[in-house]
Design a protein around this ligand. Structure first.
Ligand code: PMT
Length: 400
């Protein structure tokens, strides 16, 4: 989560049993390179000591609005001014109600009234308290004011009951923080991204595939969602968890991928095909596992559909199509040929012979080619950084 590097996040911890999870949250934020300033309410200190969060954040925890030392410089106003984002996790019904009414009776609620940075709140409480009309009205008021709400999860609650009220998963909270820190330049747009390999079976347990891990495509889908787009990620089989906050469609073969991509491409403003789609498939898949004998085995391969070329043929006016090309020789010539043959706006060419480029790595080395013959050469970057830069480049085309 490079988006968090160098940011200052103020974490407000309030008095819910889920307060202990704030320790893990603070640890993750620090690990991602954020500076973390913690404020705890008096009730939160009943569940977790300030010392724990001080040790994890590396900064004194703010607790007392009337601390003579800190308030000599009007510390709550300084805290509100100096942060990039405020994260209230867990947020109790009581703190949500105070926020909705503008009550400022402790360090956290006072800072929340003074802050201009984005605010993310993560409610956690008994499910009846959560669904109570008062809490729901308060959440609606906060939402209207632009506060980001991370919905609680369902499941067993500390009170012994089951329901909606558990603090959301850490990964969803961190992703929402990244979104709240990202300019919403793709809000209202639909983005379709493909990722991963395809599997082309020749019996129930064997298939032809390639080493794509899905990392490049997933990074693009996540970045587009952070910019506010509605994102559909169509992924071949990978070991990656579904990214939070977008829709992942799982497919296996190239023909499955074609079916789902064609269905979704219809409404997409932007399509990015980062998947490594198998160009060939076995003509037939045997219904049972092949038995070994001494004879050689011959498998006839037939062409798979070229999904991207099909989209290029039926391209909607204003739609942007971006392809990837994985090459081992004549990078620019081969990628340029694909750019024009598939009717693309941009193609991202990875040179698989370069260290740090292509399949499985966390980095990539690419050249970005446009229809006017422009070639941009990018240094070795993380796939997350490539995703950011590529979306900036796409937005600069002006039609998304
Ligand atoms: O998943 P990772 O491990 O992170 O690796 C990333 C990657 C190397 C897979 C990725 O960066 C990449 O280069 N993806 C495209 C690889 C590829 O299949 O290139 P290609 O030159 O065969 O295809 C050109 C374009 O046509 C691609 O956008 C591809 O998705 C598309 N295509 C290809 C064949 C086919 N039958 N249908 C297609 O739509």
């Amino acid at each position: 989560m490079e988006r968090l590097r160098g940011k200052t996040v103020l974490v407000g911890v309030t008095g819910s049993i889920a307060a202990y999870k704030a320790a893990e949250l603070v640890r993750w934020l620090v690990k991602c390179g954020a500076g973390v300033q913690v404020i705890m309410t008096r009730a939160a200190q009943q569940f977790l000591t300030p010392l724990t969060l001080q040790a994890l954040s590396g900064r004194p925890v703010l607790t007392d609005l009337f601390d003579l030392g800190l308030e000599s410089e009007i510390g709550h106003i300084h805290a509100a001014r100096s942060v990039d984002l405020v994260l209230v996790a867990p947020a109790t019904a009581n703190t949500l109600a105070k926020m909705a009414c503008g009550i400022a009776d402790n360090y956290l609620t006072t800072v929340l009234l003074a802050v201009e940075a984005p605010v993310v709140v993560c409610p956690a409480m008994n499910h009846k308290m959560y669904t109570h009309p008062a809490t729901q009205d308060n959440l609606a008021a906060l939402r209207r004011r632009g506060v980001w709400i991370v919905e609680p999860a369902s499941g067993p609650l500390a009170c012994g009951e089951e329901g909606h009220g558990r603090l959301a998963d850490l990964s969803l909270i961190l992703e929402t923080v990244c979104r709240a820190l990202t300019p919403q330049t793709l809000r209202g747009k639909r983005v379709l991204v493909s990722a991963g390999p395809t599997w082309e079976p020749f019996d129930p347990v064997r298939f032809i595939t390639n080493p794509s891990s899905g990392k490049m495509g997933f990074a693009l889908a996540v970045e587009a969602a952070r910019r506010g787009a509605h994102v559909d990620l169509v992924s071949g089989p990978t070991a990656l968890p579904d990214p939070p906050g977008l829709i992942t469609h799982h497919v296996t073969t190239a023909r499955d991928m074609e079916h789902v991509v064609r269905m979704l491409a219809h409404e997409a403003h932007l399509v990015i095909m980062a998947a490594a789609v198998s160009d060939y498939r076995p003509e037939e898949a045997a219904p049972h596992k092949f038995k070994k004998d001494d004879a050689d085995l011959e498998i006839r391969l037939v062409r798979n559909p070229d999904i991207l070329a099909g989209l290029g043929k039926d391209k909607k006016p204003g739609q942007i199509l971006v392809g990837f090309a994985a090459e081992t020789q004549d990078l620019v010539r081969n990628a340029t040929e694909k750019l024009h043959r598939k009717n693309l706006d941009l193609i991202v060419a990875n040179d698989l012979t370069q260290p740090g480029a292509g399949f499985r790595t966390d980095t990539n080395v690419v050249k970005v080619l446009d229809r006017g013959g422009g070639v941009e050469e990018w240094p070795c970057l993380s796939k997350e950084a490539i995703a950011r830069r590529l979306l900036d480049r796409i937005e600069a085309l002006g039609t998304t």
